[in-house]
Design a protein. Structure first.
Length: 336
């Protein structure tokens, strides 16, 4: 084929990793005033994985990345861009966790940077990878969503500690000349007027690290649960309808609807509004909880490892997170 042919971006592989330690609802009953029944009813979560104290976000990411690179049948030397979506970086502000990941993988002299879009980070990153590849600037992008959310959770706050878990997911987004493999469309947006719905108040330029910050627990994630729930259902439903309509695709044509795994009730409400069949909807929230930017790639990896995700299957990704940010994507799986 001629090198002048148009290049498209495709999802060539997927990988994921969760730390072995499990925090169950029964464990949480011993830590805060809650119950397995209440957590299941309100969130659908049974357990979440928690990394040990000496394990960093980059360590989780490296394990997922190794699988993704191997499954793409590439070497680390083939990767020419490393993107890491995370809100729980190894270090505050610098260096980027993507740089640490690159070093641990032995990827040298390659552009690497982080994306901060909370739970929408992986799909935001997908749009960046697509742009780099289709502009001809890069050929093989390692895109990672990784979180050690336990590092910013207050385990005395029953409204948030029941929700979040740790994990990582990674994909190789690669150039292709086959239009049938291309990432079809990505919609991504934000509205900062809702910033206080889901935020980590410190440290930062608004609240630099201080004794007062520590005493008030401002270093932990804060969430307005009811307000976030209502806006998430409304926004996600509207966003999915728009991307399907824009591309002339019907909901029944989707092989796998893979929403951000934040809360079973949100997923069910959106699925019902879109008239998605139960077999179309991918659910992993029950065993991982909300892993923020890692949620969607981890869910894709689950169905891949179960043998349910095959080459050419049409995926619809949909996510909503702090910022507030939201995004959706339509793409076939182009891996083996």
């Amino acid at each position: 084929m001629s090198s002048s042919q148009r290049k498209y971006a495709s999802m060539r592989s997927i990988g994921a990793y969760v730390p072995p330690r499990i925090l169950s609802n029964a464990d949480l009953e011993k830590m805060v005033d809650t119950s397995d029944e209440w957590i299941l009813k309100r969130t659908g979560i049974s357990e979440r994985h928690i990394a040990d104290d000496d394990v960093a976000t980059s360590d989780l990411a490296v394990e997922a990345a190794r699988d993704a690179i191997a499954r793409a049948e590439l070497e680390t030397g083939d990767i020419d861009l490393v993107l890491c979506a995370t809100v729980t970086p190894d270090y505050f502000n610098m260096p980027a966790t993507a740089c640490i990941i690159s070093d641990k993988l032995g990827i040298r002299n390659v552009q690497a940077f982080d994306i901060s879009a909370a739970c929408s980070g992986f799909v935001y990153g997908l749009s960046i990878a697509k742009a780099f590849i289709e502009s001809g600037m890069k050929r093989n992008v390692l895109l990672i969503g990784a979180e050690k959310f336990s590092s910013i959770v207050d385990y005395t706050d029953r409204s948030t500690c029941i929700l979040f878990g740790d994990g990582a997911g990674a994909a190789v987004i690669a150039a292709t000349e086959d239009s049938g493999e291309r990432i079809i469309d990505i919609h991504a947006s934000a509205d900062g007027s809702y910033a206080d719905f889901l935020m980590t108040p410190a440290p930062g330029s608004v609240n630099p690290c201080s004794q007062k910050v520590l005493e008030e627990g401002l270093q932990y994630v804060k969430m307005k649960g009811n307000e976030t729930f209502k806006l998430a259902v409304k926004t996600l439903t509207k966003d999915v309808r728009e991307i399907l309509e824009h591309n002339g695709i019907q909901a029944e044509e989707i092989d796998h609807f893979i929403p951000h795994q934040a809360n079973y009730r949100i997923i069910k409400a959106v699925g019902d509004a879109l008239k998605m069949r139960e077999d179309q909807i991918v659910l992993t929230v029950q065993k991982y909880g909300n892993t923020s930017a890692a949620s969607i790639p981890m869910a894709i990896n689950d169905i891949y490892e179960e043998g349910r995700l095959r080459y050419g299957d049409l995926m619809l990704l949909d996510t909503f997170g702090g910022g507030l940010t939201w995004a959706s994507a339509l793409l076939p799986f182009a891996g083996k």
